[in-house]
Design a protein around this ligand. Structure first.
Ligand code: KG4
Ligand code: ZN
Length: 359
């Protein structure tokens, strides 16, 4: 019998639902939230309310599209409805607690009313397993650099349900480094995709931002943020704050306007080299050459290109999820739910959402 999973993701500001059958994604529906744009960041209370409004239509749409996809497959004509779902997977942690509560309570209520098993998914593990959605897939064990708005980790994945974090950020996440840098440049939230866009026409070697010296496989991005702050306060004359270089707001704005592409390219280049130098170290230390990237920042074209180039140089087998599986989505929750189903990892209805979670 095929295994069909309905998955729900609501950890941050995207309400998402997906159906997967035997590891094949049949639908992947995402409702974004525009309500936060004018605040320069996500407002948790507004996110929770938007999830409440979105969750029923998003789940209904994901079932509808999945059903249509099944019907259009001549070898697999089957109707799909809530009764044909074998288990309900949901993001249990980590994330914004109000947002997580909407998705988890919805999933629990549905599981209870249908008498179906419940599968709790760790959002960061799901980002890693987004690499198991499409072919070719990495072999086990593999390494995954997981880079999102809240996390930056190197994960050693021994099986779909056995992974451990072998390196992580000691302060800001890579996505935060992008978003905070963008904010300093006066760009709207989330600034990561905008830095990516402007960097495409810029000279990455024009400005030199320092690479932090952090022991082991851990990362740090807070020094970079400070160095960009000082660089802009000095209108590009120094990365350290110097009174004699202090620029007025007008001079600073003019400097940014005239050099935006080069500044973005230089910032992106530094974030990417910080990430990839640690990934290279992890590969050397573990001897693992099947290597993936995942999470929202893996949508960054500079990171994707440099990762592929490093892979060629060191003979890695490199894997990058499709764009739609890099940023937050429910297909990654569905694929994780599928593997947890096969491993018999179910949860009681008493399971609760958690803002923070150990692996
Ligand atoms: O994984 P994700 O969608 O949500 C979290 O779990 O945090 O990651 C969101 C992060 C944001 O910081 C966003 O700026 C960043 O991913 N991001 C990018 C790009 N697309 C999304 N950063 C750099 N370049 C991009 N193209
Ligand atoms: Zn995420």
């Amino acid at each position: 019998m095929p295994v069909t999973i309905l998955a729900i993701e609501s950890s941050c500001d995207e309400t998402a639902a997906s159906v997967c059958c035997d590891g094949k994604i049949l639908s992947n529906i995402i409702a974004g939230q525009t309500v936060h744009e004018k605040y320069g960041g996500i407002v948790p209370e507004l996110a929770s309310r938007a999830h409440i409004q979105n969750i029923i239509p998003v789940v209904a749409e994901s079932l509808k599209i999945a059903g249509q996809n099944l019907k259009s497959d001549p070898d697999n004509y089957r109707d799909l409805n809530l009764k044909s779902i074998d288990a309900i997977a949901f993001t249990q942690s980590p994330g914004l607690i109000g947002s997580l509560l909407v998705g988890s309570q919805f999933a629990k209520s549905l599981a209870l009313s249908l008498g179906k098993p419940l599968i709790a998914v760790h959002h960061m593990q799901a980002h890693v397993l987004a690499n198991l959605i499409s072919d070719p897939k990495p072999g086990f064990p593999f390494l995954c650099l997981t880079v999102s708005g809240g996390h930056t980790q190197i994960v050693l994945c021994e099986s779909p349900v056995k992974m451990k974090v072998i390196g992580e950020t000691i302060d800001d996440a890579a996505g935060e480094a992008f978003d905070k840098s963008a904010r300093l440049l006066g760009l709207p939230y989330p600034g990561g995709p905008l830095i990516d866009k402007y960097a495409k026409t810029g000279n990455a070697n024009r400005f030199n931002f320092p690479e932090p010296q952090i022991p082991g496989l851990n990362f740090s991005f807070s020094g970079l943020k400070t160095s960009i702050l000082y660089f802009l306060m000095n209108a590009g004359k120094s990365n350290l704050f110097k009174e004699e270089f202090a620029a007025t707001e007008l001079e600073k704005k003019k400097f940014i306007d005239e050099n935006l592409a080069d500044i973005c390219a230089s910032i992106q280049h530094r974030i990417v080299t910080i990430l990839l130098n640690k990934l290279k170290k992890a590969s050397i230390e573990t001897g693992i050459k099947d290597i993936c990237i995942a999470g929202g920042v893996s949508a960054n074209s500079g990171l994707r290109n440099a990762f592929e180039a490093m892979g060629k140089k060191y003979n890695w087998n490199t894997f990058i999820p499709k764009f739609e599986y890099c940023t937050d989505n429910a297909a990654m929750i569905a694929i994780t739910g599928y593997y947890k189903f096969l491993a018999g990892q179910f949860e009681e209805l008493s399971v609760t959402a958690g803002a923070r979670a150990e692996w």
